[in-house]
Structures are given as C-alpha cells and as structure tokens.
Write a protein that binds this ligand. Structure first.
Ligand SMILES: *Cc1c(COP(=O)(O)O)cnc(C)c1O
Length: 345
C-alpha cells in the first residue's frame, strides 16, 4: 500500500488557493470587529460563525477520542461525501467503488459530479467480500465506500475484511459509521492513526437524535482533513447548529440511554415481527432499524400507509427482494406498528 494524497488529488484541487474569509485571517479575541461587513445589531446571529468550528470540535474530540485536527464537520454526512468525491475524482474519468446494496447518497454525489460508481455486491448473507471489492477496483478508482453498520441491510461489516481492503488499496477507504453508536465496539476510529487512507464518517442524525440540525463528521489524517477544509464553503456550519450542538453534546449520557432503549426495543420488535405468517425473515441488525423480508412488501407498505404508518420499501433493491426497512421507534410507535400488522393476519 502506497498512499500518496498529493498524487491522488485532482490537479485543480492540488493547486487551489482557498477563499480566505475575514474570520480565517483574524480569529482571536477583539473588542471591535469591523472586518466582515456584519451588522452590529441582533447579536449573536449577526456574526459569521466560526469557519473551523473550534469550540464545537473541542467538545467532540474527547467524546470521540480523536484530536480536533483530525475532525471535519459538515452539513450532515452528505457534505463530506460530496467533498471527498469532488476533491479526488476527476469528472468523466475517475470512479468510486461502493458495496451494494448500500446508502444511496454515494451514488447521488458521484452522479452529480459525473463520477462513475462501480458496485461491489455483498455476499448473499450481506457480509463483505474482500475479493469482490478488490477485483472491482480499476486504475481510475480513487475511493472505496463501505458502510458499517450497512444501510439497508443493518449488519456491521467484519473488521478484518475492512482492514484487508485498506491494506491492499492505494486510494481512500471511506467507512460510513452513521449507526455506529448502536454497536460502538465495532468502530474503526481507534485504527485511524495507523491507516492513512482511512476516512470514517459519523453523524449526529441517528443515535444523538439531531437529524434536524444537520451535523456530520469526517475523521481522517490531517492531510485529508486539510483538503476538505480547503474546498468547503467557508461558513458551512451555521451558528444555530454550532450553538445547539455545543449544548446538546452534554446529553451524552441520555444518548447512551436512548441507545439502550432502542436496542431493547429492536429485539422486542424483531421477535414480534418474526411471528407474522407474511414475514419470511427479520435480518439481524446492529443499527436502529430492521430489514424485514416479507411475502408481499408492496401490499404491506400500502396497507401501513393507509394506517398512517410509514416504513421504507426496499424490495426493489438487489439482494433486498421482498424487504421493508423499518426504523425502531418508541415503545408506543412500535406497538402501533405491531397492532396494525395483527389486523392483516
Ligand atoms: C442516515 C445516514 C447518514 C446520515 O446522513 P446525515 O447527512 O448525517 O444526516 C449517513 N450515512 C448513512 C448510511 C445513513 O443511513
């Protein structure tokens, strides 16, 4: 493995001179700020937010046990996904490899940037095939997207398999850990320092219960983080999100309690769903949702919509034939789902 980030970058990005904002050039304490054409009234919203989110990162670093300089914050995880593709993949030339089935945003971001996606199907039992992934790589493959726990299959990928891919690929390996709080022992974050081509994505949207404030994280070596910082919009995380996240990160204990409740609810829900005659299989899950294979996914989906209960129909996705993806809700929400399904028997 020879990881050379300069060689991997697009030429125009390597040469890019980033926009330097007023708040980049002076970020210290001062009494009078007359450098950014801001309005002196309506504090604190009148001020541009910190472009590097220093205070927020200083709160995230100890929670994640990662130095602040190895953290990039984005407008959801969607932002680092898009920025990584834009920084490293030349449109119309380079490609990314992604496992299949997986989260749809890798493809959307690639399509927007005219970057080809080569799919590396998971095994039939949803485990990762190292051989399939590495055989899919071409000379123009700049990054491989893995997702663990994977959406929509729910399973965490095997750590040894992911390591083998990292060790045998010269480009970036992006591991999306949006659901990792539901199985924290399976995170690759502790391996970050030893694997220069690893990028780990996490989010505040799932276990932390903050999907509405749009805050995603990318963890990587400093060179990769620097690239993302150079090409992002200067003020990508607005002041409301920064302030709210600084406040809500104090709820780490509550987050752990929510995770415990949701994991217990997941188990209950899986057991009840398994008993329905129209359910073929409830797949094991390391996340806050269940993939449920049924005899009549469309019929059940439409019936639930009529009952004003919305699940996700994934039956059109290869390897997910017949399956619905069901988020684990509150005890009451899950109960309502079960009661609605009982009327179907
Ligand atoms: C929900 C989800 C995300 C979260 O995206 P945000 O933009 O941070 O809300 C990322 N990756 C996967 C696989 C997801 O399922």
């Amino acid at each position: 493995m020879t990881f050379d980030i300069q060689k991997l970058l697009r030429d125009n990005i390597r040469k890019l001179k980033p926009y330097s904002s007023a708040r980049d050039e002076f970020s210290g304490e001062a009494a009078v700020f007359l450098d950014a054409n801001e309005n002196p009234f309506n504090a604190p919203y009148n001020r541009y937010p910190d472009p590097r989110q220093k205070e927020l990162k200083s709160k995230i670093a100890p929670v994640k046990n990662v130095p602040a300089e190895n953290i990039f914050l984005g407008n959801g995880s969607d932002e680092p996904i898009d920025l990584l593709i834009r920084a490293f993949c030349s449109p119309g030339k380079d490609n990314i490899v992604a496992i299949a089935p997986t989260y749809g945003m890798y493809r959307v971001a690639a399509d927007v940037n005219d970057v080809k996606v080569i799919e590396a199907p998971l095994n039939a039992d949803y485990t990762l095939s190292v051989k399939t992934v590495l055989n899919t790589v071409t000379q123009n493959t700049k990054m491989i997207f893995l997702c663990s726990p994977n959406n929509p299959t729910g399973n965490a990928l095997e750590q040894d398999a992911m390591l083998e891919i990292m060790d045998n690929f010269d480009g970036l390996v992006v591991v999306d850990e949006a659901y990792i709080d539901f199985c924290p022992e399976k995170s690759l974050l502790p391996l970050l320092a030893k694997h220069p081509n690893l990028v780990v994505l996490q989010t505040f949207s799932k276990a932390w219960g903050m999907a509405g404030i749009r805050l995603g994280m990318a963890f990587a070596g400093q060179e990769i983080i620097d690239v993302l910082n150079r090409i992002k919009y200067p003020y990508n995380i607005n002041i409301l999100t920064q302030l709210k996240a600084i406040e809500l990160i104090e709820l780490e204990k509550e987050k752990s309690d929510w995770v415990k409740i949701l994991v217990a609810e997941r188990k209950k829900l899986a057991e009840k769903l398994t008993e329905f005659p129209f359910v073929v299989k409830v797949f094991p899950s390391d996340a806050n949702f269940l993939l449920v294979k049924t005899h009549d996914p469309r019929g059940i989906y439409n019936y639930l919509v009529d009952e004003r209960i919305i699940v996700r129909d994934r039956s059109g996705v290869a390897l997910c034939e017949g399956s619905l993806r069901i988020s684990v809700g509150s005890e009451m929400e899950n109960q309502r789902l079960i009661e609605a399904l009982e009327a179907l028997i």
